[in-house]
Design a protein. Structure first.
Length: 140
């Protein structure tokens, strides 16, 4: 079976706050939106933010309040891009979780939470090249 992710959808409490974070912070533009959901075309998959009650209803699953740690990541091409992007995301309604610094395993990273608490790692890793389409490759 092909290893791929087609769509990632996050449940959100406030669609306008989510839109501000992703559009003003990252500079992303939705390709579809209605009163419950926003979809963004990414490089090889679709990213969505959907009002939590509507997403739970679509899954036929009660909303959970789980707090298991996880992070999505947005890699950038240069170390100098990490801190300014974190600042833009905080300015667009995000919450700083960890200021940018160099972890022991190399590279440079920091963490920001979107308005619903979803953690984003903003990272530069010299061993993970990014091609012209924005695809990150794991380099051994």
């Amino acid at each position: 079976m092909q290893q791929q992710i087609s769509v990632i959808t996050l449940g959100v409490a406030d669609l306008a706050a989510s839109r501000r974070f992703y559009s003003q912070g990252f500079g992303w533009r939705p390709v579809f939106e209605n009163d419950e959901i926003l979809f963004y075309q990414m490089n090889g998959f679709v990213f969505g933010t959907w009002l939590k009650p509507a997403l739970a209803d679509d899954m036929q699953r009660a909303p959970t309040g789980g707090d298991a740690p996880f992070a999505l990541a947005h890699n950038v091409a240069a170390q100098a891009e990490v801190a300014p992007l974190i600042d833009a995301l905080v300015g667009a309604g995000g919450t700083l979780l960890r200021a940018a610094d160099a972890p022991p395993h190399g590279g440079f990273r920091g963490y920001v939470a979107d308005p619903d608490g979803h953690a984003w790692e903003i990272a530069w890793n010299p061993a993970w090249p990014i091609d012209a389409e924005g695809h990150v490759r794991f380099a051994a």
